[in-house]
Each structure stands twice: as C-alpha cells, then as structure tokens.
Design a protein around this ligand. Structure first.
Ligand code: G3P
Ligand code: MG
Length: 338
C-alpha cells in the first residue's frame, strides 16, 4: 500500500499562512474526504523540522489550515521523538528553550517532564544572567519567581525550536551550564582549554535546518544556524567542539519514530500495522540537506519539490524523483504503486 510522509514548510505551506497550491486537495483526497478519487484512505503523516508548540496545538492549527481532521498519529515535529527519550529526566530539573512564550514548558510537561524551566525563569531569578534581556509583561505572567537556581542542578538542556528563542540569551546560558559545576547556574568548573572533560550536562537540539523557506522571498535561518553560532562561541571559550545530541530530519532516530507512528496510524484507519507499506513511504519534501538525505538514508522514496529550499540544478542529495509540487509528487507515487 502506498503511504506518505509530508514535509510541511516549502511543500504544503510557506511560513505561517501561505498554503501552497495543491496542498489542500492532496490532503483531503488522501484523507478519503473526496472518495470519488480514491477508493480508500491512504496512510500519511506530516513530518516537519518545525516545532515549538505541543503536538495537540500544532494539529489544531493544521486542521484550520487544511480543513482535514488529523489524528495524533499523523504529526512528527522536530521534538516529537523526544517523547521516547526523556523518561530518565522525568523528575529532574531540565532547561527547555524555544517556542513562543512559555510553549517550551508546555511541550516539556506534555512529554512528562515535571521540572522544566525556561530561560525567562533564569532572567526572573537574576536579571544580570544576561542584562540585555528584559521580561515582557506577558513573560512576567508565567515566569517562576519562587526558585533559587543556584541550588538547582540542571540535568539536561533541550532546545525545542528557534521560534521565540533569544539566541544571545540562549547562547550565554547554555554555554554557562555546559561549563558549570554540576549543572548549577553561577558556577564554573576548572577545565583545561582544548581538553573535553566529559562533564557537560547533555545538550539536545531538535532541528538541524540551517535555512528554511517562509513567505519571505529569501530562505530564513533555522535552528541549524543557531547551533553554528553556539558552536563557534563554545569553541572560542573552551577550545572544544560543542557536545550535543541532534534530533530532526535527516537523523535516523526521527525516521524510525515516524515509521512507528505511521504504523500506528495505519492501524487507526483499519490497515494492518505490519503491512510492508509497499516497501517504503514516499516523502514529498523541499530541503535536500535534511529531507532528501534523511529519506534516502532510511530507504524511503524521496520526492524533491520545487516549491521550497531547492531552487533547481543538481541537488546536493539526489532524490528518487524531482517533481514540481506536492500534487505531482503524490500522483507520481500513486501511479508507481499501480
Ligand atoms: O522551522 C521549520 C523549518 O526548519 C522546516 O520545517 O516542515 O520544512 O521540515 P519543514
Ligand atoms: Mg521543508
């Protein structure tokens, strides 16, 4: 049976509001909302390096965008695979960064993390953590002012999205925590420049995209650009490369997670979760470096559209097929299925 994993930005949408041609039709047809075209629902999910809000909130927004009822087994955001990763941090203090307002705390709580703190909580604790950052009235309404962070041993740092992330404040605090004594703010351990000591607390990043397409005429920097800057600052300070774990396309952990979700979705729509999915899902996507590289490495059919980051010529990662847009990609894949 055919199956699809749709990239969002550059394939279905540009930025917050611009729906790309064919996106509505394709998703409605595959959801069986126009039965005259397809005899049965075709399993598909949305797989994005985007994020910064809970899956429930994003699903609600996507339903508004496309007029399609998605199930919880049809959305993989950059940080969704963390659900299977964070259990060891459940009852430990963690720093969560990114997303608008206190979205990062909501995402962390939705994954079962009970002691999730924000960069803004640290500014509320001591304004001189980074004295260029001033809490807004909205932030004053959600920051924690009851915590003395000099007694909090952070066990990990999660950067869930670059939206709403103040790169300067984040760079300052993340670097401080990686160099701290036991994850405590306001401390600095002894270390030899250029010698990794393995005492850094884990840093987990969830979206490697250096650029991404929006409704602005030129692609914008993504979280991969934030990491590049953080890496340069950390290296200048310590002489060592930034130690981090990366989630998001093209990393296999994300594709493995997406495949298991696609199988749960297959069961949801009455299919057989053990179905070989006709070998592999087709992945209409726009970014060769993340989407095509990831699908190819995972053995999926990679369909490179011309409506996003890819602007023609020989792509850095060769797709199964280059197509004009998402609708051409779906028709190509369904025809291939026979
Ligand atoms: O922040 C979103 C961007 O990095 C790309 O998202 O949907 O094209 O994987 P997407
Ligand atoms: Mg994209």
């Amino acid at each position: 049976m055919a199956a699809f994993a749709f990239d969002i930005d550059g394939v279905l949408k540009h930025g917050k509001s611009h729906i790309l041609p064919g996106a509505n039709r394709v998703l409605n047809v595959l959801s069986g909302r126009t039965p005259e075209v397809l005899a049965q629902k075709v399993p598909f999910l949305l797989m994005t390096n985007g994020g910064g809000q809970t899956e429930d909130e994003r699903l609600k927004a996507l339903e508004g965008d496309f007029g399609v009822q998605f199930s919880k087994n049809q959305l993989v955001q950059s940080h969704t695979p963390l659900q299977d990763y964070v259990s060891e941090y459940r009852d430990k203090p963690v720093l969560v960064c990114g997303g608008e307002g206190d979205a990062a705390r909501s995402v962390a709580h939705s994954y079962g993390l009970k002691q999730a703190y924000l960069l803004q909580d640290l500014v509320a604790w001591r304004g001189n953590v980074w004295d260029r950052y001033h809490l807004t009235a909205a932030e004053e309404s959600f920051v924690r002012r009851d915590i003395d962070f000099s007694n909090i041993p952070f066990s990990a740092i999660f950067v869930i999205h670059d939206a709403g992330l103040d790169w300067a404040l984040a760079t300052q605090v993340i670097t401080e925590l990686l160099n701290s004594d036991g994850g405590r703010m306001g401390t600095q351990r002894q270390r030899k420049k250029g010698v990794p000591d393995g005492k850094e607390i884990p840093l987990i990043l969830t979206n490697p995209d250096f650029i991404w397409p929006t409704d602005y005429p030129v692609p914008r920097f993504g979280m991969g650009a934030f990491r590049t800057g953080l890496d340069a600052v950390y290296k200048e300070l310590t002489g060592c490369d930034l130690p981090y774990t990366q989630f998001g396309k093209p990393h296999t952990t994300t594709y493995k997670f997406a495949e298991s979700m696609l199988r749960r979705h297959l069961a949801d729509i009455g299919g057989n979760p053990a179905d070989p999915l006709s070998g592999e899902p087709a992945d209409p996507a726009d970014n060769p470096a993340s989407d095509i590289a990831g699908a190819n490495a995972y053995g999926w059919v990679s369909l490179l559209v011309r409506t996003g980051v890819y602007a023609g010529g020989e792509p850095a990662h060769r797709p199964t097929q280059i197509v004009d847009n998402v609708e051409d990609g779906v028709m190509w894949a369904l025809k291939r299925e026979g």
